[in-house]
Design a protein around this ligand. Sequence first.
Ligand SMILES: *Cc1c(COP(=O)(O)O)cnc(C)c1O
Length: 386
Amino acid sequence: MRVPFLDLMAQYRAYQGELDQAMRQVFESCAFAGGPFVDKFEGEFARFCECDWAVGVGSGTEALRLTLHTLGVGPGDEVITVPNSFIATAEAISWCGAKPVFVDVRPDTYTLDPDRLEAAISARTKALIPVHLFGQTADMDPIAAVAAAHDLIVIEDACQAHGARYQGRRAGSLGWAGCFSFYPGKNLGAYGEAGAVTTNDANLAERLRLLRDHGQSQRYRHQLVGCNSRMDGLQAAVLTVKLRYLESSNQARSRVAQLYNRLLTQVPGVSTPQQGEYRDHIHHVYAIRTPNRDGLARHLLDHGIGCGIHYPVPIHLQPAYLDLGLGEGSFPVAERCAREFLSLPIYPELTEDQVNIVVRHIAEFVSGQADHLPVNPMSGDGHNEA
Ligand SMILES: *Cc1c(COP(=O)(O)O)cnc(C)c1O
């Protein structure tokens, strides 16, 4: 039996009637670029994130870039983030003309290590972008304390955290702005490209609404130099339907993650993800760590089990960022993650049988390996959150 890494068709089938009807409504009103479907989604998504405002934009990358631009971030400025993210976090900083400065992550939760933050701050630092990796928020309280002491703005990269909570508060409401992606594979995914910024700052929301639409307050009256990063009506209509099921689909992912955790406890040489205190994880990605990652990935793929690597090369070692001059060894935890992470199939419709098959193939590979397995001392190692 094959187990795909992701099954977007299963989700479409689950809500097909409602999705088809929502899309037909957009066709019949021809409200394709911005418009009432976008307004409706923005209101509902803001409520979901427990924020005053949500502004729909073209993508998660644009959400980050426009938010930084609104802050006036530009050449000569530095913005702090982590090296183990999707490259878009750093790209948004670079496209504003600023320099990304990286801080290594914690070995247990793989999110920004607050203890290393202070050392990365300089007179040029303008903002911090902690990344809520794999569906779990960064440890926001200590990050906010350091930011406040240095008068720095905190922008959440919440592109993998739709519905996650920290100390009971929703991702997207934890900083000055929360940047979301609705790329199809995310926990809340569009049928194309889309993103949003959440905030309680009415002024930021207003500026973003101008920027995403060529800086115009009325048609052909341009208050500032903007761009075209409008959300499209079809995506908004699809997202409005899927938002109703986000909470329950996050819970279904959580059940899958707990089953993996339980079953993988019995498999030596495999570290399961750990959940930080006070954090509600929404399990966008289920990444294990294992020393012979490439061998295991090949074994799984050979047996029809989809898997992925998030991410095989940390941002500071990408050719695009060689000019930062940060070599191997700069961020040991992130670099080790890149060598050892393997993401297993996880989505709401994944069945218990499928999870059992994935784990069986992992156990089979591990038992077929050399008799002594390398020890794996990176973190408190292991298998909590069972
Ligand atoms: C997906 C993602 C982005 C970019 O979102 P797009 O909608 O693809 O532009 C940014 N940051 C992180 C952490 C992501 O996972």
